[in-house]
Design a protein around this ligand. Structure first.
Ligand code: SF4
Length: 203
């Protein structure tokens, strides 16, 4: 399947795209750090609880990590993430005047921030043409034969070669929706999938 056909099909299936609670860069950064190895159903309410108390880099930087832990306790690795969020906020405050940086190079210097998190900030908050490869994007791209890769960073590079650039920033949201509803990690719902006629996984 050609990548542009896949994107068109997913846009038809999910015309509203992925709906984020908030696309503010700091909110997006913290929520994506919280989402690492944690399901959306847990991440979204935890982020809301956290921002109800600490809604700026300054407030978060001055917070006690233990108070943050109490607000995000159901998130995976919450103790580590609470410390990282305080540390990230201090760096943003001290080195960037309280504004989340908008380049991959600078974002990767923040503790706990890898390419996926950086690309979520760059794509969703700063609307740059990037492909954020999470577990859904990596799995679905390989199942459909768009790429043949062993890790997310390689998937990102390979997808950049086959997906039209003007669709890069839509890839994550569309594949997350598709991966949560149809092409699930285990027990994908192939019988009701619109792509089953062309999916190499079941041909
Ligand atoms: S046919 Fe199954 S494996 Fe293939 S894209 Fe659809 S849900 Fe995923």
């Amino acid at each position: 399947m050609f990548a542009d056909e896949l994107i068109s099909c997913l846009r038809e299936m999910y015309p509203g795209g992925y709906s984020h609670t908030c696309r503010d860069p700091f909110y997006m950064l913290v929520s994506t750090v919280l989402s690492q190895r944690t399901r959306d159903e847990v991440t979204i309410p935890a982020t809301k609880r956290l921002f109800a108390v600490y809604d700026t880099p300054r407030k978060m930087a001055e917070a006690d990590a233990e108070d943050i832990q109490a607000l995000i306790r159901d998130v995976g690795f919450y103790r580590v993430k609470a410390r990282r969020i305080v540390e990230i906020s201090r760096i943003i405050l001290q080195d960037y005047g309280g504004v989340v940086p908008n380049s991959m190079e600078e974002l990767l210097r923040l503790p706990g921030v890898g390419r996926k998190t950086a690309n979520c900030v760059l794509g969703y908050a700063y609307e740059q043409d990037v492909i954020a490869v999470d577990t859904h994007v990596h799995r679905i791209s390989n199942r459909l034969g768009l790429v043949k890769t062993s890790g997310p960073d390689e998937t990102e590079k390979e997808l950049e070669k086959v997906v039209p650039k003007d669709a890069w920033k839509d890839v994550n949201g569309l594949m997350v929706l598709f991966g949560q509803s149809i092409c699930r990690p285990t027990s994908p719902r192939c019988e009701e999938c619109r792509l089953k006629a062309i999916c190499p996984r079941i041909l």
